[in-house]
Design a protein around this ligand. Sequence first.
Ligand SMILES: [Zn+2]
Length: 338
Amino acid sequence: MTEDSLVARVKRLQPQLLAHFMTLISENRLAHAYLFNGADGTGRQDLARLIAMRLFCQNVTPEGLPCETCSECRRIMAGDHPDVVTVVPDGQRIKVDQVRYLKSEFSKSAVEGNQKIFIVDQVDRMTTGAANSLLKFIEEPVGNTVALLLTANKNLLLPTILSRTQIVDLLRVAPTALSDELAKVGVVPSQRYLLSTLTESVATAQELIENDWLKTAQQNVGQWLQACAAGDERAFVRVQTELVPLASNRDQQGLVLDMVVQAWHDVLRQQTQVVADSELAFPQVAKVSRELAQRLSVDQLVAILTLTLATRGQLTGNLNFQGILEALTLKILGQVPR
Ligand SMILES: [Zn+2]
């Protein structure tokens, strides 16, 4: 695989979030502290670095992206910029001394009002002491600072950290290679994209299409999305009548929740780009997701996606499947304007 530029990589991995953050910066609406929650391979470090570059770049492109060639951009890419401080675990843990160092670096130039960014990767690896020290820093910011905290699993974080940051979930882009494999074994086009988001194995995909399980699930989740879009309270009833019967075991319950996430991901992706029906998880309700993409703001959609992503953790925490989906549906209905 050829080495692509940082901007090209983020465009490929996180096109919506890239657009979202570039807009926030150009409108001067960047918040003070974010938590990027994304597995390895979702580009969480790249996105953080690109945000830093955009804030310091001396030669922002007409598309509103950092140029990647000016001295500021190059120093950030090389990890050698005095106002962009990155902390990674020292061994297994992020220790309190590392956070102290970070704070002293920041207080030095705070008086000058300089823009400062700190990036803490694998923030879930902080010792309790480090976490408490960092929390204080986030609560009482010095000068013009932005904190970008990164983790592969937000479920490992203290609630105090979660509640003081804006949580941004980075989703994995569906591998098109698998989609091609699925075509070879006879999966119909309208199911290929969805399947490629649910599994990385052709064998599992074949099991899922047996007895039309996937077809029915795709239909039912699509209709649930449609009811949510209409602000129709019957979305709530559909949980019991159409979603719950799809899943007779924990694995299937997990799959249904993943499909719910993908239904909203369809909407988010269409907010910033034109997506072909063949690249939608739920092409049969393309009209609905397109209309929602127009009607909802990025913030509303990110809020809804965050809610849908939390359901997987709730299932692992042994909450009742029907209860999880009903609570989710009520919260979404609260977010969607009628
Ligand atoms: Zn630049």
